[in-house]
Write a protein that binds this ligand. Sequence first.
Ligand SMILES: *Cc1c(COP(=O)(O)O)cnc(C)c1O
Length: 415
Amino acid sequence: MKLINNINNSNNTEVDFETYLKNYPDKNGFFGKYGGSFIPEELQAAMNEITHAYHTIGRSARFIAELSRIRREFQGRPTPISPLERLSDFLGGNVRLYAKREDLNHTGAHKLNHCMGEALLAKFMGKKKIIAETGAGQHGVALATAAAYFGLECDIYMGAVDIKKQAPNVSRMKVLGARVVEVNDGLKTLKEAVDAAFLAYMREYKNAIYCIGSVVGPHPFPMMVRDFQSIVGIEAREQFTTMTGKLPDAVVACVGGGSNAMGMFSGFLDAPVDIYGVEPLGRGPALGDHAASLKYGTEGIMHGFNSIMLKDENGEPAPVYSVASGLDYPSSGPEHAFLRDCGRVKYDVIGDEETIDAFFTLSRLEGIIPAIESSHAVAYAMKLAKTMEKGSILINLSGRGDKDMDYVLEKYGMR
Ligand SMILES: *Cc1c(COP(=O)(O)O)cnc(C)c1O
């Protein structure tokens, strides 16, 4: 499939999606004008080392064979696709919905897909430690799991405020043997944790590697995390065509940083399939009430990469909000910004209320309690189904909702 890429309405480039994954990003980590690496020089040397290792070790037969063994024997992959029969009937019956069950991946979400890849690369590179920050704690738990599996040390930087809020995930990380490093600078949340983790990495990069939790950050992370997550799209395409004899008409995934979405989308970019990324509208379109960067943001550089971001009046990353803590990030991966601009993926929004409705609807009709993040994708698919005469929609169910249970019941009550 060929598309004319009309970025900035200036230089028209033709994007060939048959060969897209080989050609994007370019060797400097750019997807069109987005991506790249905007970091201090000391850190650039460390990033270059990771890029080099990924291109050599990460693409070697030995690495690939070991990762696929781990996916099978430890993660429990492939995860199934479930036809959502009762939900489809409830919506009228002509459009059939399906879920790719990343909630059944070990630890209950897709994040382990890239954490196992990153930690395996660390191991092959001879590193002894992996370093990361975490906000809600989901990335920290997945990385601590990978560290335990490979026998690596693991330092997770976390704001003091988040440590209080996310006690169960802090306990999980500690049980798994990770060190949770409390960050007491500034507002004591994710932003300060990112800064502290970067500083630690600069000090320790000979011995350690930094593991980013989504398709964000400086090159090579948006590419590497996408590639590690692409297992989702590869499995889904094969399973869906085996199950139904056809491709889905549409694919839907939620977008925070965008890793579960890129994993799924990468399997369908070259196919005649409509692709939808769903951002959190939170309480509404006013700045501060949502985290829909691709819809309301503007181009800018943060956390080491160029993308679309939500900015405050000083041009700094704006405060963001979503009922789903995994989606409240003021930017999105550079590849999403690129796919938006060239029109290959349509990005839209879903607010808190519709999300909570979808959370209960999927639970009641299918016996699957979705993560609140994933509930955004479910809600969008339910809306999309009503606009289609017939066909099929494949939802990436990025994670399970057990972690959200107390919060949902406390804030919204039983429905
Ligand atoms: C972290 C998380 C997300 C958001 O991250 P992406 O990088 O946008 O995929 C979505 N769903 C679940 C279950 C998560 O834990």
